[in-house]
Design a protein around this ligand. Structure first.
Ligand code: G3H
Ligand code: 13P
Ligand code: ZN
Length: 328
């Protein structure tokens, strides 16, 4: 059944677990996530970015999710719009049937330029008013992640957006978060706590304490009824990087957020954990390996099947680690 983000995250908060929100673009990713959710008896958040809408088109995304809900009627599914650039974008998604939208007002509509706080409040408030009328949940964002251009190098130093962001800009302020939530009425809030989008988060192997856990705790204590969201939560599995490299791929040394660190975040109030890159890496690794191992094969289903299995395994691991298994 289609449910709102608020419904899923209220349950997660009540029972102290986190829910992975996986980005989807096509049939195979949706099937992988749904199969994993069935195997782990987990609720599901499927999220579509602007890139996904451009890739698949609104009608295909809508009908793929409808098909998932029809095929797995017992699994609660939230269909969430990731990083809405404007109120108009959010309105279109609500009309398309999404049960949750993110208004990312931390950036202007070009999705590059950091926005003023007052702009963020006004545009997010506008979306919340509109969405709540029809039972749709709203996620806002306060604070700037390194960069939204996934795959771009050097994001961890914050040099992705307009110029270099200061350390304070890269961490959400708890007092401002409280003001933001009071003035906008968002259900969930994406916070900046040291993560960035894409595969190139850290150039050296993280040795614990890479997330601003104290900051997460301080924000959670200040706004306990607003569910915290962690973007840029891929762990960048080294085993998949190795498989990609062993099968003709070329990806330089890079590290993500260790699953253990995400679990610390969940203990301190994080409820929604955004993951895209890990599924991309697993699917690419599986396809590269399958193609090199089966050089005379030309039925793409063979490769897609391997990719689906690899994505499914990532999803199962995250459902287990975040305490989400058994909660559907
Ligand atoms: O927020 C970024 C997500 O990973 C989506 O990326 O815009 O390439 O679909 P995308
Ligand atoms: P990753 O690039 O770390 O998977 O983050 C995805 C994300 O935050 C989507 O909004
Ligand atoms: Zn994001």
């Amino acid at each position: 059944a289609l449910v709102s983000l608020r419904q899923l995250l209220d349950h997660a908060a009540e029972h102290d677990y986190g829910i992975p929100a996986f980005n989807v673009n096509n049939l195979e990713q949706i099937q992988a996530i749904m199969q994993a959710a069935e195997n782990r008896d987990s609720p599901v958040i499927l999220q579509a970015s602007a890139g996904a809408r451009k890739y698949a088109g609104e009608a295909f995304l809508r009908r793929l999710v409808e098909a998932a809900i029809e095929s797995w009627p017992d699994i609660p599914v939230c269909m969430h719009q990731d990083h809405g650039a404007s109120a108009a974008v959010c309105q279109a998604s609500i009309r398309s049937g999404f049960s949750s939208v993110m208004m990312d007002g931390s950036l202007l509509a070009d999705m590059k330029t950091p926005a003023s706080y007052e702009y963020n409040v006004a545009v997010t408030r506008q979306v919340a008013d509109m969405a709540h009328c029809v039972g749709v949940s709203v996620e806002g964002e306060l604070g700037c992640l390194g960069s939204l251009e996934s795959g771009q190098a050097g994001e961890e130093d914050g040099s992705g957006a307009e110029g270099v962001l200061s350390h304070e800009q890269l961490l959400t302020d708890p007092e401002q978060a409280a003001d933001f939530v009071a003035r906008t009425g968002v259900d969930a809030l994406a916070i900046a706590i040291g993560t960035s989008h894409g595969a190139y988060k850290f150039t050296r192997k993280p040795t614990g304490d890479i997330l601003a856990i104290d900051r997460i705790r301080a924000i959670h204590e200040r706004i306990p009824n607003t569910h915290l969201v962690m973007h840029g939560s891929s762990s960048v599995p080294q085993e998949w990087l190795q498989i990609i490299r062993e099968h003709g791929g070329d990806i330089r040394e890079t590290y993500g957020v260790p699953v253990q660190e995400i679990c610390e975040g969940i203990k301190n109030g994080v409820r929604k954990v955004n993951i895209d890159t890990d599924i991309r890496l697993a699917m690419t690794g599986a396809m590269r390996r399958s193609m090199m191992q089966n050089t005379s094969e030309f039925d793409p289903r063979k490769f897609f099947k391997e990719a689906t299995a690899a994505a499914r395994q990532i999803c199962e691991q995250r459902f287990d680690a975040f305490g989400c298994a058994g909660r559907a």
